[in-house]
Design a protein around this ligand. Structure first.
Ligand code: THU
Length: 138
């Protein structure tokens, strides 16, 4: 596994491209492939709520579109965006839809690194975040 702090820093860089004018909550994700490549994603919002996309799914979809489907870790960096544009680090565990999306391509031992308010991070696994998940077994 790559250094969790390094992957989280990649997620913070991905967050710089967040388009989040409605929630003022910017999120970046960095997905590590088994080959050591890093694919970034950010949240992309829309005036129609349901058309918005989370950072994690942006990263997964971008990776799959580029022909990559084997992953070993994902880091997620969330932040509140203050009116003056300042970012305040925020805890952002992946939402349920993103957990299900990750499960489609990743094993339960996928490392999930989540940035915390104080700038540190926690490390967990997809299996811990999504027990008893539905899976057709394809
Ligand atoms: N968001 C993510 O990008 N990832 C998550 O796992 C949770 C939430 C985004 C969606 C929306 O643009 C904003 O954060 C506030 O919900």
């Amino acid at each position: 596994m790559t250094d969790p702090g390094f992957l989280l820093e990649e997620a913070r860089k991905a967050r710089e491209n967040s388009y989040s004018p409605y929630s003022h909550f910017a999120v970046g994700a960095a997905l590590l492939t088994e080959d050591g490549e890093i694919i970034r994603g950010c949240n992309v919002e829309n005036s129609v709520n349901g058309a918005s996309n989370c950072a994690e799914r942006t990263a997964v979809f971008s990776a799959v579109a580029g022909g990559r489907k084997n992953f070993s870790a994902i880091a997620i960096a969330g932040a509140r965006v203050l009116p003056d544009g300042t970012l305040v680090e925020a805890f952002c565990p992946p939402c349920g839809v993103c957990r299900q999306t990750l499960l489609e391509f990743c094993r339960e031992d996928l490392s999930v690194i989540i940035g915390k308010e104080d700038g540190t991070y926690m490390v967990t696994t997809l299996g811990e975040l999504m027990p008893l998940a539905f899976d057709l077994g394809n």
